[in-house]
Design a protein around this ligand. Sequence first.
Ligand SMILES: Cc1cc2nc3c(=O)[nH]c(=O)nc-3n(C[C@H](O)[C@H](O)[C@H](O)COP(=O)(O)OP(=O)(O)OC[C@H]3O[C@@H](n4cnc5c(N)ncnc54)[C@H](O)[C@@H]3O)c2cc1C
Ligand code: FES
Length: 289
Amino acid sequence: MSTHATTIQPDTPVMPDPMMPVPYRITRVRQELPDTFTLELVPVGGSPRLAYQPGQFNMLYVFGTGEVPISISGDPKNHKMLVHTTRAVGPVTNAMRTLKKGDCIGIRGPYGTSWPVEDAVGKDVVIVAGGIGLAPLRPAMYHVLAHRDRYNRVVLLYGTRTPDDILYKSELERWRAKFDLEVDVTVDRATGDWYGNVGVVTTLIPKVPFDPSDAIAMVCGPEVMMRFTALELQKRGVPLDRIYVSMERNMKCAVGLCGHCQWGTTFVCKDGPVFTYGRVKEMLSVWEL
Ligand SMILES: Cc1cc2nc3c(=O)[nH]c(=O)nc-3n(C[C@H](O)[C@H](O)[C@H](O)COP(=O)(O)OP(=O)(O)OC[C@H]3O[C@@H](n4cnc5c(N)ncnc54)[C@H](O)[C@@H]3O)c2cc1C
Ligand code: FES
């Protein structure tokens, strides 16, 4: 019987354990909305480079409480810091909400597939977001704006429940002021001094200027919003395989081991979260895995 001994050479790079969270320190907490906050994070002890693709997510571990998947919502060009925008909905995200500047959090990642920012080069880009769904799309916006000359028309459509629920308001206002960008915001219900669009985000799709035969759409929001947005984009003539959505299903391991996010042969954590609409159409009609 032969035995196999593994010899680790002194200069063999040690790969980090994908299941082991790395400690990060919170350098800033921004209260975006009453239930939504953004954490800016740097690795404890420093790290040379934090690279990720727009649309990828990390597992954020609140020590003593638990771990949740949260999309990266910062600028992918900034390799010094991670940015995550989270809405507090349950035990882990509510515990995360109590953290302050200087506190630590564990991070695993980045994981998953990304928005098709390279495939969209030379095409019209249509980004459609609902509510907190703007957070996972923000890195794609940053990327497109940083390489504006590589894309044709760029459209951002954003819908929220009320004007008070608009995320990244001042950034949206800055983007709206640009001449080479179409930014339209709508609310389900007008309150206060709102004189803008009223109606769900899908009502904006027939009106905006883009060429459906040469466009790539990236869509993120509640599942029902993604379904109706995809239908409306199809009506305009955007093919199914040019419509991308991000699936937020429950996850545990995030690396394709536990089966928690499995749908048939598809693992949302590693084959997604960004999929073509054609691939997940059926999945979107089922509420929970
Ligand atoms: C790839 C991915 C990226 C995500 N990115 C973000 C993000 O950028 N910002 C953000 O605020 N949230 C994001 N989420 C959702 C976030 O992970 C959940 O809100 C979180 O896990 C809730 O955990 P909890 O312990 O606080 O509450 P729980 O008690 O686990 O959940 C509270 C409520 O939220 C629902 N819920 C839990 N997890 C999910 C989920 N994954 N998808 C949909 N509903 C869920 C539950 O059914 C329940 O109704 C993302 C999820 C995935 C899978
Ligand atoms: S979360 Fe474990 S397989 Fe996807």
